[in-house]
Design a binder for this molecule. Structure first.
Ligand code: SF4
Length: 53
């Protein structure tokens, strides 16, 4: 099955998947922060983040 790919620009330079301002993970998951419903981008977070090694 062919998977549509998008480029994800990211500024989280402490993430293991970060490289040159872009995300290099095969896929990412983004969720609301905590249990509330997000109303602004500040209230979202990348769940795929892991600290760089
Ligand atoms: S996994 Fe999330 S935080 Fe990490 S580089 Fe990709 S988009 Fe950024």
């Amino acid at each position: 099955m062919e998977v549509n790919r998008i480029q994800v620009k990211c500024g989280v330079d402490t993430c293991n998947f970060y490289k040159n301002n872009y995300c290099h993970a095969n896929s990412i998951e983004v969720n609301p922060q905590g249990s509330m419903k997000s109303k602004t981008s500040d209230e979202t977070q990348c769940t795929t983040f892991i600290p760089s090694r």
